[in-house]
Design a protein around this ligand. Structure first.
Ligand SMILES: [Zn+2]
Length: 266
């Protein structure tokens, strides 16, 4: 499934460039975050800072962590796992529980990061962090909703897209019903987010025009529904059935008026 999503990008991904230049700050290492980290590493990312406060518990079977991780902090297990994978990975982890007003070490790490990825249950916290990241670097947010049948991925690129808060506030989410299993939704959501990430990783670089169709600044929100035909097709072969890209405008076709993303217009 992941490979199908990436088929149009095969041969375009510059792993060496990503390895050399991307410094990725991740908040949240649940099912979506963990899957995203695995794919990011596989696509060349070697500098990672991750913030995740939770422990792996046995009841948390669907966390994506293996049985061997039960009883340990997710961040400790991830650290060991990544260092076993490659000794060339620069990794620091923190088990802070971030809130909208308590943002360390996010803020300190942000200044050294080139990309931010947020996988948080709390949209309030995610949008607060995304606000800080907006002018600094590309920021991506992905979540699977509580019911496990839908997910969403949103991204911001300073000046080229609205901020996360405006994206979700102004976007109209229809048809978010149906679904089969949570697992499939996680993969779909991760697929959309990794793809945006790879595009954002090369934003502004020579050759970026090849990625531009996949980043789609005009459509900064993808709502993922795990139901074939769940959304009307966009008429674009690389957008699979069940994914709806959402343009962020108000009823009059205008963009947001918001202090964070002031200056952006659709
Ligand atoms: Zn905004």
């Amino acid at each position: 499934m992941i490979d199908d999503w990436f088929a149009p990008l095969r041969g375009l991904i510059d792993v060496a460039h990503i390895e050399r230049t991307v410094r990725l700050l991740v908040v949240g290492c649940g099912r979506v975050g963990l899957s995203f980290i695995h794919i990011a590493i596989a696509r060349g990312v070697r500098w990672l800072r991750v913030i995740e406060p939770d422990w792996t518990e046995s009841r948390n079977y669907a966390s994506g962590f293996p049985e061997a991780a039960v009883g340990s902090r997710k961040i400790d297990f991830l650290r060991e796992h990544l260092l076993r994978y490659s000794s060339r990975i620069s990794f620091e982890g923190a088990s802070a529980r971030l809130t909208a007003s308590s943002v360390e070490p996010f803020l300190s790490w942000l200044s050294r990061s080139t990309h931010v990825a947020l996988f948080l249950d709390s949209f309030e916290v995610a949008s607060a962090l995304a606000r800080m990241a907006y002018r600094h670097c590309p920021c991506l947010y992905a979540a699977v909703f509580e019911n496990g049948s839908t997910g969403e991925a949103a991204w911001s690129l300073g000046g080229q897209t609205p901020c996360l808060e405006s994206t979700v506030r102004l976007s109209e989410k229809r048809g978010a019903r149906g679904g089969q299993t949570a697992l499939v939704d996680v993969l779909s959501t991760v697929n959309v987010s990794v793809r945006q990430f790879l595009g954002l990783a090369l934003a502004g670089r020579r050759g970026f025009e090849l990625f531009a169709p996949y980043v789609r600044p005009r459509f900064p929100l993808a709502v993922v529904v795990n139901r074939p035909g769940g959304f009307v097709e966009m008429g674009s072969p690389d957008v699979p059935s069940g994914v709806r890209l959402v343009e962020v405008v108000d009823g009059n076709g205008r963009g947001p008026t918001c202090p964070t993303c002031a200056g952006y217009s659709p």
